[in-house]
Design a protein around this ligand. Structure first.
Ligand SMILES: [Zn+2]
Length: 168
């Protein structure tokens, strides 16, 4: 999805907008995350414009860095939910917790310590960063699981195709 290019600077109305690579910094839970994003810079007043899509991508990348590092303090949890673009009640439903519980994690009243919840949040963020929705779809499907037959044939080539999974 591409955004139509801005024709005039919103601040000074100049039409001298040029393509630029601009450093963008985000502060989350006392850490600074920086990247370089494509932008349009006003040659007259210096104002810089990013597309919402690029800003959203950067936020997801930051959310993934936090989740990868296992940082799930209140600002991080809130940031991850915003990066996912999920309303609190939707994320709470996916994580199978009450909305008040999620709210307490987000406002720091109670620390999030459940590792399975962290793992699911991490997976949701990673999926979204990869443009997938595997975990979210699966969680939704568990609300009403489909029927599984009493006898299930697993294709031999499906078994053979699996990576070596034996534990030493
Ligand atoms: Zn301007």
């Amino acid at each position: 999805m591409s955004t139509p290019k801005l024709r005039n600077c919103i601040r000074c109305e100049s039409d001298r907008l040029v393509d630029a690579k601009v450093e963008r910094v985000r502060e989350v839970t006392g850490r600074l995350f920086s990247t370089v994003l494509p932008a349009r810079r006003c040659a007259n007043c210096g104002e810089e414009y990013f597309t919402l899509a690029d800003l959203a991508r950067f936020d997801l990348a930051v959310a993934r860095s936090l989740a990868d590092a296992g940082v799930f303090d209140a600002p991080a949890v809130l940031f991850m939910r915003k990066a996912l673009g999920l309303p609190a009640k939707d994320l709470a439903a996916l994580l199978d917790v009450r909305a008040e519980t999620l709210s307490r994690w987000e406002n720091g009243k109670t620390p999030l310590v459940d590792r399975p919840v962290k793992a699911v949040l991490h997976q949701l963020v990673s999926d979204r960063a990869a443009g997938a929705s595997t975990t979210e779809s699966y969680l939704r499907s568990l609300v009403k699981p489909r029927r599984l037959a009493k006898r299930v044939k697993v294709a031999a080539r499906e078994v053979a195709a699996l990576e070596q999974v034996t534990r030493e």
